[in-house]
Design a protein around this ligand. Structure first.
Ligand code: ZN
Length: 306
């Protein structure tokens, strides 16, 4: 019997009710777990913990994003995530906005990662990482964007200020350097559309199963993802199936979109997983509140079958 771990990114919120999702409700509730283990309520941190990696390096995010997007980096590169947001009239950020496709100069390389996401690579600055401090945008609620300036490196401050205008800005965060993680201890496959989870698969030397139509958002082809997971579980003893749309809908502050997506996941993903004879575990990495758009580090319910 093989195992499928299904992680529904950002599934819960303060008003989350299992009974709204009949297939989930039919599973055995094993308890509640804090997948952050005291760290940030972020997908990278929580998914690695769920995969048994307890000693997650502190500065990992940007590098794993680079892996997931096929961006090659050097050992002495400093890598950061850039997330783009609209600003309101008071200078506070509201909703994600489209990232520009191009930016960058002789000091850094810029990569558009889709939607509001981007990656910045600063050559030869890896050894400055311990001097840096940045703000995690998914944990900031009331701060003015102008107060979120990264500290410790002039070039980053300059880039931040260049990308701060009256109506939008780029949050710079997730500073990291290339680092090697221990491989996942058994042969494993990963089915996902989200770049950071693709990066986790590569970092842990798990096989990434390509799925056409897997977008990492609510428009993903969830049937194709379940097909891929059920196919993979014939060959692999462990399959990670990651579903991301609920988290993105919540970041857009769209409670109904999140709920409708979760209903589709329940009807089209969980219903099919529950017909198999494999060991199935379903949980969320962290919560995401669709009223604030912020991640929640609360304990997550863990459901099991077999
Ligand atoms: Zn998120």
């Amino acid at each position: 019997m093989a195992e499928i771990l299904c992680i529904i990114d950002g599934m819960t919120e303060p008003t989350f009710c299992t009974a709204d999702y009949p297939n989930l409700a039919s599973m055995r509730l094993m308890g509640y777990q804090d997948h952050t283990l005291g760290g940030e309520p972020e997908t990278l941190n929580c998914v690695l913990h769920l995969l048994g990696v307890t000693d997650v390096p502190k500065d990992l995010r940007g590098y794993v994003e680079a892996l997931g997007s096929g961006i090659s980096v050097c050992q002495d590169d400093l890598i950061l995530r850039g997330s783009w947001y609209h600003l309101d009239r008071t200078g506070r950020f509201t909703l994600p906005c489209d990232a520009p496709k191009e930016l960058g100069n002789h000091l850094f390389r810029y990569y558009y990662l889709g939607q509001y996401k981007s990656l910045l690579v600063f050559p030869h600055l890896a050894d400055r990482i311990d001097e840096l401090s940045t703000y995690l945008p998914s944990s900031c609620t009331t701060e003015k964007a102008a107060d979120l300036v990264p500290e410790g490196l002039d070039v980053l401050e300059d880039v931040f200020r260049q990308c701060l205008s009256e109506d939008r800005f780029m949050a710079l965060w997730g500073q990291s350097v290339p680092v090697k993680l221990s491989p996942f201890p058994k042969t494993a496959a990963v089915v996902c559309g989200k770049g950071i989870v693709k990066g986790i698969a590569k970092a842990l030397e798990m096989d990434l199963i390509p799925v056409s139509g897997a977008t990492g958002d609510t428009d993903t082809d969830i049937n194709a993802k379940v097909d891929a997971a059920l196919q993979a579980v014939q060959e692999y003893p462990f399959v990670l199936l990651h579903i991301n749309g609920a988290d993105e809908a919540a970041h857009r502050k769209k409670p109904m979109e999140k709920r409708e997506f979760l209903k589709r996941v329940d009807a089209q993903v969980l219903a099919r997983l529950l017909t198999t004879s494999h060991r199935i575990t379903v949980t969320s990495d962290h919560g995401t509140d669709p009223n604030t758009g912020q991640h929640l580090g609360s304990k997550q319910p863990v459901f099991a079958l077999h």
